[in-house]
Design a protein around this ligand. Structure first.
Ligand code: GLN
Length: 304
């Protein structure tokens, strides 16, 4: 397969969408990012890799961090996690409050904000030094010790996270947060603020494509069974109210973030990350989704 040509063809075909949508601006720092950037990085499990565009530029991973916190929380408390968080697609926006009220404070899944706030609470309760542990876990997964939080982006989000605060108070009201709302919000915003490139993300998510060689760090293990479950949740819930559409168009488990990043993987074959800040109404990168749809169409390598 000539991956280089395929990436070049993708790049040409997505140009008509280059100025559609706009970057997230509800987090003030993200509004400063130049929206006209695009990067893609393909990491094949046999060791080959291919890239194009701004594939080594760092960006805010935002909700992609939820996959890392799920992996850690599952390893820390196992099945008990599912008493506090569901595993069904939500069909509603990532920051919706309505469903959480109807469902008495049990978030539908770990990848909507309500679910990720509960994951944050689990990390705070069970790790001695959650901030250090989380970033060292991500650095090791991505083989890049330079990966770090952006305290500026974290503060920028924290200073106006009224909706997430409302969600956290509702969770607290229903007894689904053990730590203080403020501690949960601060650490949640910090995890979302991590900056990585497409290259870092493709490397990190290759661990979810390679379940025969379990990754482990500080007692957290990505066992084959855990990887299977995390991938299943990425497949059904990774794109909020666009999870069905992503599954239909692309056919891979993956996760998006409002920084414009999307990472997806094909078990036993590859992990691929794309980044372009302009988003559609559901908060997913427009060029990123188009590029991945073309990639699985041109290579015929999806999970289906
Ligand atoms: N930090 C963002 C928020 O809570 C993450 C959302 C996202 O990437 N979809 O709103």
């Amino acid at each position: 397969m000539n991956y280089r040509h395929i990436l070049e063809e993708i790049y040409r075909e997505i140009q008509p969408f280059a100025y559609e949508g706009k970057q997230a601006d509800y987090i003030p720092s993200l509004a400063q990012v130049n929206p006209d950037q695009f990067g893609i990085y393909l990491h094949l499990l046999d060791g080959e890799h291919y890239s194009l565009g701004e594939s080594e530029v760092n960006f805010s991973i935002q909700s992609i961090s939820k996959v890392f916190s799920l992996a850690i929380a599952l390893s820390l408390i196992g099945k008990q996690l599912w008493e506090r968080i569901g595993k069904e697609p939500s069909g509603s926006a990532f920051n919706s409050l309505v469903q959480l009220e109807y469902e008495h404070g049990k978030p539908r899944n770990p990848f909507i904000n309500a679910g990720a706030l509960v994951l944050t609470d689990v990390l705070l309760s069970h790790l001695e030094n959650p901030e250090d542990f989380f970033i060292s876990f991500v650095r090791k997964l991505a083989h890049n010790p330079a990966i770090d939080y952006s305290h500026e982006v974290a503060m920028s989000e924290y200073s106006c996270c009224y909706l997430n605060a409302s969600i956290a108070y509702l969770l607290k009201h229903h007894g689904n947060l053990q730590n203080s709302v403020d501690d949960v919000l601060r650490f949640y915003c910090l995890m979302c603020s991590v900056e990585m490139s497409c290259k870092d993300l493709a490397q990190a998510f290759s661990a979810f494509a390679r379940s025969n060689e379990p990754f482990s760090h500080g007692g957290v293990q990505l066992t084959p069974s855990r990887v299977k479950r995390i991938n299943a949740i990425m497949q059904t819930c990774g794109f909020y109210d666009e999870a069905g559409e992503f599954s239909f168009l692309v056919g891979l488990p993956g996760k998006s973030g409002v920084g414009g990043g999307i990472v997806a993987l094909c078990p036993a074959k590859y992990a691929i990350a794309v980044w372009s800040p302009r988003l559609n109404a559901r908060g997913n990168s427009i060029m990123g989704m188009k590029a991945l749809e073309l990639f699985t169409t041109l290579t015929t390598q999806s999970i289906f």
